[in-house]
Write a protein that binds this ligand. Structure first.
Ligand code: MN
Length: 717
């Protein structure tokens, strides 16, 4: 090995030991040597040894104060891709953890993000899966990309442009998402510099020209501030803050202004030790300088999605100039600069803490969502939405601050508050205004979500929702409810048919079905029937041979029908006799348990009414025709009865009502339905055993969402 490389190895090891005294220098050294010899003889486009790239990637990781594993994997990151060594070789020499990380980085390297949307989506999906397995993969990949961007100058123009664009499209937003702000800014500035060098130089020059002036101004600005901090004995670091070229350029382009108008060039940062000092310092700042109300943001109380915490305020400095100020603690500052990488800092335990989970929740949501995204371009659209958008800040009526990606709707907000709130959201109020679900949130809105327990998601919501988390929740709900309904429907269809075929609903008969029809279980069978994938007839042929089916039918059409008719006219004893011809009043549908009266009619025998029946009153006026009647019911006999149900006109209302009645084990003979003015009026004719049974049915129906009234019908239908 070259003298030079022995020296740089010593420096790397020493620099790591500075922040991590427990570093395993031998391990680092071994990875260094391995990578060096693996890449031996390979040259970069610049003509320099390839290994330089590996070393510089590792140095970037060392500057992020990463642990030994991450730095070693950084040294080895191109070994599998660019040399004859395999993942297995790495595993044998450095263990499976490093081998997996290197493998992840290699896979990302092989993905193509060129414009073809579908391919890009697929590449993205694979990349996110790799990252999800071990977040260190993206930290190394970003270090790798940063070094490549730093050495981009050696490539031809087309290649430069491709890599710079990919950096802006993919890697800078990812760096932002994982909170690696320091890397994000440098990547963007380097891409900017390589893509439009003339603009870059022009901007750099004009920033430079004003540098002296700006620095003088900030010195003047800081003086009273420092004095006050001293007076209150607050140890604080007050530094001028360089704005990044690419963000200045974007502001100039977006706002179409000259550089003089970009006021936030004037920016300082105050770093303190303790959280409460942040607010104290804020107080000092606002006492000294007049704040601009709408530019104040407290990201300490409400961290950004990537974990960023800081207080932002803009004040009017001397001469009426605006100065942007950030106030934060040392720890917040670190997180703001290196984000998720802070979790692999040498001294941190490997355990994943709460912070870590909140940083990666975004990733988990995306991965969850991609499982549901059938169309890759759709996935891409939402991924980009989550990844690239700025945020809007809105408040709950209580004043809790929420942040969502720009473009998010009131419905997205409802889901962010709570998924149960989202699932039942019927509308929202922005301030005092009623707004639709699709209302696009504006920063500063106070949003109140209106819910109704009758509300449920529908497929249109997927068009309204912008955040992947909410979309994935709605998709899941739709899938589950669809399934549940299909199962219920299928079960009802099958059991009704079995009954019609005079099949006793023995469980053991049903239990044989899944095997015969090659489905996993009964629910799956019901679902298949409910969705129409298996017909009831098919199911029946597995229970009864075709011929028998017909025989059954014939049997029913003769004897059983007769039997039914006879049964309908029995169940009453008239003055002690049980063979009188009787009929039941069609006005009041008496059922066993009702108090009844009997009335002799011409040619129709005895007519039975409820004692409370309005028609009965007129009969009572002819007492000579009244006869004593009493119930005499055989087991299994059923009586028809009418019920009226008034409810809100909503989707699936009737279905829910039918479900509620069938839960009480009843047959529905007839259904009629009228809807007007947002209400529905249902009339059901049911078969019930007795009054208790009817009461139970009514109780079930009253429990259905949206039912206003459910009662038995007294009058003629
Ligand atoms: Mn590389």
């Amino acid at each position: 090995m070259d003298e030079k490389y022995i020296k740089s190895k010593g420096m790397l090891v020493k620099d790591i030991l500075k922040y991590n005294p427990n570093s395993d220098s031998e391990f680092i050294s071994k990875a260094y040597d391995y990578s060096y010899s693996a890449h031996k003889g390979q040259l970069r486009q610049s003509g320099k040894p390839y290994f330089n790239h590996c070393l510089n990637t590792a140095i970037i990781l060392q500057e992020l104060r990463m642990d030994d594993f991450t730095i070693s994997a950084g040294l080895l990151h191109d070994v599998v891709e660019d040399t004859e060594y395999t993942k297995e070789d790495i595993e044998e020499n450095f263990g499976s953890e490093i081998a997996h990380i290197v493998d992840g980085v290699t896979k990302i390297g092989g993905l193509s993000f060129e414009k073809k949307e579908v391919r890009q989506a697929e590449s993205f999906r694979k990349m996110l899966l790799s990252i999800a397995r071990d977040i260190r993969v993206i930290i190394i990949k970003l270090a790798d990309r940063l070094n490549n961007m730093r050495t981009l100058g050696y490539l031809d123009v087309a290649k430069k442009a491709r890599i710079a664009n990919e950096t802006l499209d993919i890697y800078a937003p990812l760096a932002h998402r994982f909170g690696l702000a320091r890397i994000k800014w440098e990547l963007e500035d380097l891409a900017f510099k390589n893509l439009i060098p003339k603009e870059y130089k022009k901007l750099a020059r004009s920033i430079d020209e004003k540098r002296g002036e700006r620095e003088n101004y900030l010195e003047d600005f800081k003086r009273p501030l420092k004095k006050e901090l001293e007076r209150f004995e607050i140890e604080a670091e007050v530094v001028g803050r360089a704005k990044h070229m690419y963000s200045i350029y974007n502001k100039i382009v977006v706002r179409d202004v000259t550089i003089d108008k970009i006021y936030d060039l004037m920016a300082i940062r105050i770093i303190v030790e303790k959280l409460e000092q942040c607010y104290f310092v804020l107080g000092i700042v606002h006492t000294l300088f007049k704040p601009i109300q709408e530019r104040f943001k407290d990201f300490i109380a409400t961290p950004k999605l990537n974990g960023y915490q800081s207080i932002h305020t803009t004040v009017i400095g001397p001469g009426g100039k605006r100065v942007e100020i950030q106030i934060r603690t040392t720890k917040m500052h670190e997180t703001s600069e290196i984000g998720i990488a802070a979790h692999w800092k040498y001294k941190e335990k490997k355990q994943k803490d709460k912070d870590f989970d909140s940083h990666t929740e975004w990733l988990k949501n995306i991965i969850e969502w991609q499982k549901d995204a059938s169309d890759p371009t759709e996935f891409m659209e939402y991924l980009k939405f989550d990844l690239f958008q700025d945020e809007v800040f809105v408040f709950t009526p209580k004043g809790d601050l929420h942040q969502l990606p720009r473009g998010a709707t009131a419905l997205d907000f409802a889901f962010q508050v709570h998924s149960e709130v989202g699932l039942h959201c019927i509308g929202a109020k922005a301030g005092s205004r009623i707004v639709p679900l699709a209302y696009e949130l504006v920063s500063g809105d106070y949003i109140e979500i209106i819910t109704s327990h009758n509300q449920h998601p529908n497929p249109d919501w997927l068009k309204i929702l912008k955040t992947s988390k909410a979309k994935s929740r709605v998709k899941r709900w739709l899938r589950e409810s669809q399934k549940e309904h299909s199962i219920k429907l299928g079960e009802e269809i099958l059991l009704r048919e079995l009954k019609r075929q005079r099949f006793k609903q023995h469980d053991n008969i049903l239990q044989t079905l899944p095997d015969k029809l090659r489905v996993k279980n009964l629910d799956e069978l019901y679902e298949a029937i409910g969705t129409g994938n298996i017909s009831v007839k098919t199911v029946l042929t597995h229970l009864i041979p075709e011929a028998d089916l017909n025989v059954e039918k014939k049997a029913e059409s003769t004897f059983s029908k007769f039997l039914k008719r006879v049964r309908k006219t029995r169940g009453i004893k008239v003055q002690g006799m049980d063979n009188m011809a009787i009929n039941f009043g069609k006005c009041c549908h008496p059922v066993p348990g009702d108090e009844i009266i009997g009335f002799i009619t011409k040619g129709q025998g005895v007519s039975i009414h409820r004692a409370t029946c309005s028609n009965a009153t007129s009969y009572i006026q002819n007492p000579e025709r009244l006869v004593d009647v009493e119930w005499d019911v055989e087991e299994g006999k059923e009586f028809s009865v009418g019920i009226q149900i008034l409810g809100e006109d909503r989707k699936n209302f009737l279905r829910d009502v039918v479900e509620a009645t069938s839960r009480a084990d009843t047959n529905i003979l007839n259904v009629s339905l009228k809807a007007e003015d947002g209400f529905v009026n249902n009339t059901l004719i049911l078969e019930v055993k007795n009054l208790n049974h009817l009461t139970k049915i009514l109780k079930n129906v009253q429990g259905v969402n949206g039912v206003i009234l459910a009662k038995r019908i007294d009058r003629k239908l």
